[in-house]
Design a protein around this ligand. Structure first.
Ligand SMILES: O=C(O)c1ccccc1N[C@@H]1O[C@H](COP(=O)(O)O)[C@@H](O)[C@H]1O
Length: 208
């Protein structure tokens, strides 16, 4: 079954809803964003996430030492790098890595090759912030690419309405959502539940 990451959670009720509704990854944002949370809040939210659900810290062009200190304090399972981090930088981190890439062309998809990471997160080109902008990209650029197949998390503008179609068309190993489960910029527990239901009903690439 497809893995689902719910990103940018900032409050207890949203976290408990994502946990109860079957999220596989929960994302906490430490980068410049309207969803950025403090270290203290992150520790509080992390403490109510069961160990079978992976805690992901989202960073953009952050220093290695800062990432490692936050990861240690919060107990992060994965580091999501959503900036211009190089393959060398990824290789220096000791935690599992989800590397995000903005996809607007075939060349962008090619850049993925050679990155040492556990998952490739394919997102739309960034807007005001480096992620979480709620826009989709051309999915035909990333489907049927053998080298992406076992590692691809699809992101960017996914919603309750389009996630099943996205899974069927692209066949990613996972999907990630932030804006699509919000109402007026705030996480919406009904949308979190509905997104997880719709995603888990979608087809998979048979690898999980
Ligand atoms: O969610 C954020 O605010 C954010 C900030 C900085 C970097 C990444 C961020 N989130 C990631 O952005 C994508 C797409 O989000 P959306 O569903 O289009 O709103 C997603 O992978 C989040 O993990």
């Amino acid at each position: 079954m497809v893995k689902v990451k719910i990103c940018g959670l900032m409050d207890t009720l949203s976290v408990l809803t994502a946990v109860d509704a079957g999220a596989d990854f929960i994302g906490l944002v430490f980068a410049k964003s309207k969803r950025r949370i403090t270290l203290e809040k992150a520790k509080e939210l992390a403490s109510i996430i069961p160990s079978n659900i992976k805690k992901v810290g989202v960073f953009v062009n952050e220093k290695k030492e800062v990432i490692e200190e936050i990861a240690e304090e919060v107990g992060l399972d994965y580091i999501q790098l959503h900036g211009d981090e190089t393959p060398d930088f990824c290789a220096q981190l000791s935690l599992p890595i989800i590397k995000a890439f903005s996809v607007a062309s075939v060349e962008d998809v090619e850049k993925v090759k050679g990155y040492p990471c556990d998952y490739y997160l394919l997102d739309s080109p960034h807007g005001k912030y480096r992620g979480g902008n709620g826009t989709t990209f051309d999915w035909s650029l990333v489907k049927n690419q053998a080298f992406l197949k076992d590692k691809m998390i699809l992101a960017g503008g996914l919603t309750v309405e389009n996630v099943a179609e996205a899974i069927n068309e692209v066949k990613p190993i996972g999907v990630d959502v932030s804006s699509g489960v919000e109402t007026n910029g705030v996480k919406d527990t009904d949308k979190i539940r509905a997104f997880l239901l719709a995603a888990k009903k979608g087809e998979t690439n048979g690898k999980i």
